[in-house]
Ligand binder design. Sequence first.
Ligand code: PMP
Length: 405
Amino acid sequence: MRYNIKKIRENFPILNQQVYNKTFVYLDSAASAQKPVQVLLKEEQLHNDFYGNIHRAAHFMADKATAEFEAVRDKIKDFINAESREEIIFTKGTTESINLVASSFCEKFLNAGDEIIVSEMEHHSNIVPWQLAAQRKGAKVVKLPFSDDGVLQIEKLPELINKKTKLIAVAHVSNVLGTVNPISEITKIAHENGVVVLVDGAQAVQHIKIDVQKTDVDFYVFSAHKMYGPNGVGVLWGKKKLLNEMPPYQGGGEMIAEVSFEKTTFNELPYKFEAGTPNITGVIAFGAAIDFINEVGIDEIAEWEHELLEYAKSKLDKIEGMNFYGESPTKTSVISFNIDGVHSYDLGMLLDKLGIAIRTGHHCADTVMQHFGIQGTARISFGMYNTKAEIDIFIAALNRVRMMF
Ligand code: PMP
């Protein structure tokens, strides 16, 4: 395999540390991925060499910063194969991207009595904005359930969709179950019924090749910090036709064409949705993260992470008292579990003392917890930089903790 894990890891100095005098093992990339030096250097370079506020002043620094910022828009367009750069809107993150659509799309298209279908495996950020919009408009949020193995019951979609259905909100990959949902299939059913689809790609875009044109979804959203980029930056991609029809989300600088007390007109896409000074540093450094992913190769990353997933699962299967959540045949880089007689918080705390970072709790997905009648899970998740040796360390530590209970 041409995947050079040693070389990849050299770019992430944080991974070569010790915590509590133990080898540091980071198994929490689904919460936030570590950043390669290229991203950190880009931030530094920006502030040392060419910082200025973008789009506005006519001076060298501002021009250079603007060019770098806008070049990232093109990179993202190519990365997800969007049709045009105007469809790429920079936000604070997945959460803001979803709130933007829930606010603006629903303002225009949602009416009293309408329905929004939301899958049962969503992160809170893909449930609550729809509930707020539904409350404002007198509309209803309808659940698309998943079965106990963590597979979405899309066979139920045709009976859930009716003339009042306006939108389906679904994760591409569940942050708890790891399930990869069939977004093209969902979109096909939705479009046959005139329903718009928003896909939360926060847990997908760093693991799977995304082609928004091929899948034909209407909105696709994600966060830079889960893609080895900075936090505080995200993307909303939407079909131009829809974005053009939607009213602005926030008012302020940049999103206007002309302002007067009598009448204000709005800027074109994508600026119509980018009010105020954006996270210039974050976006420009995000470009370095995209370059890094492209250099390693998204297909190579996917293959490596799949190998890690299978390896970890085969080891975990041998441990007594394990309960797994999410056993979909289409799955990526996340394993959620509980061990009989061990509270997930205790497990997380004890593993931490052994140098291993995992996630515990409800993972901002209460509806998934409710489905299984549990309070929380332990969750390990992989990034491009994890190794089988790290999984071995984790398994040994897990066995040690188990013995303590
Ligand atoms: N959706 C999913 C599936 C997620 O995993 C997360 C982050 N845990 C979010 C949305 C929210 O992302 P952010 O906090 O970056 O806005």
